[in-house]
Design a protein. Sequence first.
Length: 143
Amino acid sequence: MAVACLNSLITAYSLPITNHPSPLLDTNYQKMNEEISYRVIKLIEQNPEISQRQLAEELGVSLGKTNYCLKALIEKGHIKASNFKNSHNKLAYSYLLTPEGIKEKVRITASFLKRKLAEFDALQNEIETLKQEVTQSSSSSEI
């Protein structure tokens, strides 16, 4: 179920899927899965009573995809859903992070931070290279 959730999210974000998975695609697949899982877990942590419709709007995906992702996270044991006992709307759920879900959030956060720091370093290197090119171009155009 988690793979199908991931496939639908990749389609939503227009990432290419081929019949011949490459290491790059597998990496993108993992990054997408981690990012969506992190965002869902974070939103649920901030607002356990968030509706699936609100969650879908925040994630920028369809309600069906959101439902599918929530089911996958529930199956993995990262979140737990329970009905509101005193609610007039018996379809309303409260989502709670499980201890496993909290561990997963920490793991994903560390992975995300590591990836963003690597991107930041690469960007700094690219900026430095561009500055050098501009300096060389402007000094050679003065000659």
